[in-house]
Design a protein around this ligand. Structure first.
Ligand code: IFM
Length: 471
């Protein structure tokens, strides 16, 4: 199936799309990416790749429950097998290392490592020990996310992130993992994209657990951020040598017109997508504009919570994918106004690298205590197919090049950005979109589990080799 953006893409990048450039990826000589301490890696997440959902004592997660409900996930797909990484991890680490990738961002499945009473599940913990030890043997920098959306179902049965107690259970989990894995983790991220957990999970119901109420979303967000804040000192005590941070997805909102109402709508979009998370973390308060957008949804906040949430971070992980063009909805909110004739990905998301640069430089102005940044996810989905043993993912190559150029521009504008992780190492379970949307730089044939290195990964490898040779 042709990508409907291909016509636009041809006009934007004719040389690249026709394959006439010898190397359409390698950054220009003056790019900061040539700095050998700029970490270039790839990312994955437990539920999206591991499979083996019933093995070695793993308990059900909210995504096992949600994906089993007809209509919640495209084509009825679930993470039951996914990329079978639980059994194929050794070959996957070999593949990662053979591509020369310097960093690997993975997540731990909470339901795999603790039972319902909070006791360790040795077999699950040993899986991550083996994996992280092997990565360290290969000289790969390890970024470990504790929560990438697979909440144990037994905690959801007690209210999930609507229950304040879940934040304390998360701190117990962080305690266990940092005691067990200390020394093999270079950087801990507490949460991946709390916006998605809170808003998609509890606000509009597109993700597990599938609840839809704005008031639920703000309370879930508060408990997620509290969980983060409670976990950070635990991680610091148990594994002092590692970095501690959190990963936020950020969204660029642009106004459909110069009218004051549309400008305000774009501002509110960014409040809802960015300031909702970054203000509590970096300023110790929620943005009041959020409650203009969602009147009457202020979360219950106890004394001391905001201090806990805003404790200093060693790094901030940033995930960026696209921009949204918005107009006023005529009331107190915004509505999407999709632009025509722009390049889009298989997700329908607009390709807009400037948004990454503009948000990063904007954050530097807004947050005087902005920690060092890693781009912990960036990438795109395309309907890649293997032809004669090859996958020529031309649009992705151009996408990555342009987003890395945006990162370079932000660095040159003074933002402290220390690395970049491709999303994703391999095609995987794309949540509500199942296996149809392919984000990997490695193709996965789900009927055979065969991995095929895409052209994008080959070019990243080539660049990393050249950079190493120059060092
Ligand atoms: O696949 C997801 C990932 O789990 C979280 N960030 C966005 C990616 C693409 O949708």
């Amino acid at each position: 199936m042709a990508n409907d953006a291909s016509a636009v893409f041809d006009t934007l990048s004719p040389a690249v799309s026709k394959g006439s450039l010898a190397d359409p990826f390698t950054p220009p000589a003056d790019s900061s990416l040539w700095r050998k301490n700029f970490l270039l890696g790839a990312a994955t997440a437990s539920y999206q790749i591991e499979g083996a959902v019933n093995e070695d004592g793993r308990l059900p997660s909210i995504w096992d429950t949600f994906s089993a409900i007809p209509g919640k996930v495209l084509a009825g797909d679930t993470g039951a097998v996914a990329c079978d990484h639980y059994h194929r991890w050794e070959a996957d680490v070999e593949m990662l290392a053979s591509l020369g990738l310097e960093g690997y961002r993975l997540s731990i499945a909470w339901p795999r490592v603790m039972d319902a009473a909070g006791a360790p599940n040795r077999k699950g913990i040993d899986f991550y020990k083996r994996l992280l030890n092997r990565l360290k043997e290969k000289g790969i920098t390890t970024f470990v996310t504790l929560y990438h959306w697979d909440l144990p179902q037994h905690l959801e049965d007690r209210g999930g992130w609507l229950n304040r107690d879940t934040a304390y259970r998360f701190a117990d989990y962080a305690d266990l993992m940092s005691c067990e894995l200390a020394g093999t983790v270079d950087a801990w991220a507490t949460l991946n994209e709390p916006w998605c957990s809170a808003y998609l999970g509890y606000g509009n119901g597109h993700h597990a657990p599938g609840l839809a109420n704005d008031r639920f979303a703000t309370q879930a967000m508060h408990h997620l951020l509290l969980a983060h804040g409670l976990a950070v000192p635990v991680l610091r005590a148990n594994d002092p040598a590692s970095q501690k941070g959190i990963v936020a997805n950020i969204g660029r909102g642009t106004a459909n017109s110069d009218s004051a109402a549309d400008q305000r709508a774009a501002h509110l979009f960014e409040v809802q997508h960015n300031a909702w998370i970054l203000d509590p973390l970096l300023k110790g308060s929620y943005p009041q504009d959020l409650f203009e957008l969602w009147p009457g949804t202020e979360p219950l906040v106890l004394d001391g919570d905001m201090e806990t949430i805003s404790a200093p971070l060693d790094f901030l992980g940033i995930n960026y994918y696209f921009r949204t063009n918005v107009a006023s909805d005529g009331a107190h909110g915004f509505r999407d106004v999709p632009l025509e004739g722009v390049e889009r990905t298989q997700m329908g998301w607009e390709v807009y690298p400037d948004g990454l640069r503009d948000l990063l430089t904007g954050f530097k102005k807004t947050y005087h205590n902005l920690p060092p940044i890693y781009i912990t996810e960036n990438g795109m989905a395309s309907d890649d197919e293997v032809t004669d043993g090859r996958v020529d993912d031309t649009q992705r190559i151009s996408f990555l090049k342009r987003h890395l150029a945006a990162v370079d521009q932000a660095i040159k504008a003074g933002v402290d950005i220390r690395g970049y992780f491709l999303w994703s190492l391999m095609d995987n379970f794309e949540w509500a979109f199942g296996y149809e949307r392919r984000f990997g730089v490695v193709h996965v044939d789900y009927s055979t589990q065969k991995r095929t290195i895409k052209r994008s990964a080959e070019l990243v490898e080539k660049f990393l080799q050249e950079r190493k040779a120059k060092a």
